[in-house]
Design a protein around this ligand. Structure first.
Ligand SMILES: [Zn+2]
Length: 146
């Protein structure tokens, strides 16, 4: 038999095999203790994703996420490292792009027009034509009106 640490509810089970809907909370004051579904609901209301999982209750009563397993920590570190490297690469590519525009500008090219051309050439030609036709239609209509 197991007893809820928040109320006087009891359930059929033990620490290794909790009754359906029950969970554990970790508290620095009471340690890891079983909690009934109703009390778990009340605790998890603050953090719904924790419902039905082992949750930690901090000393001030707020809920902290359960700690990560070693495998999860390892994976997280790998993802973060990959993302950080990509950020560095992105910054390097931006620097090189800026250099190219700088060179062109030094020789008198219109950098604004060049940026626009890069944008246009990246578009689908058919879609670009449609956009241009719409722009023309609107511009002409406005001219006719004035
Ligand atoms: Zn309870």
């Amino acid at each position: 038999m197991i007893e809820c640490c928040k109320c006087d509810k009891t359930g059929n089970g033990n620490a290794a095999s909790l009754p359906r809907g029950w969970g554990f909370i970790d508290s620095p004051t009471i340690g890891r203790a079983p909690i009934c579904p109703q009390c778990l609901d009340a605790e998890a209301e603050v953090a719904p994703r924790l419902r039905g999982k082992i949750i930690n209750v901090c000393e001030d009563g707020t809920i902290a996420p359960q700690s990560l397993t070693e495998t999860t920590k390892e994976r997280l570190a790998q993802y973060i490292s990959r993302l950080e490297n990509l950020r560095i690469e992105k910054a390097e590519v931006s620097d090189r792009e800026r250099d190219v525009y700088g060179d062109a500008k030094a020789l008198g090219f219109d950098v604004r027009a060049m940026r626009e051309i890069i944008k246009i050439r990246a578009k689908d030609p058919k879609k670009y034509m449609e956009e241009q036709q719409m722009l023309d239609l609107y511009l002409v209509s406005l001219e006719e009106k004035s």
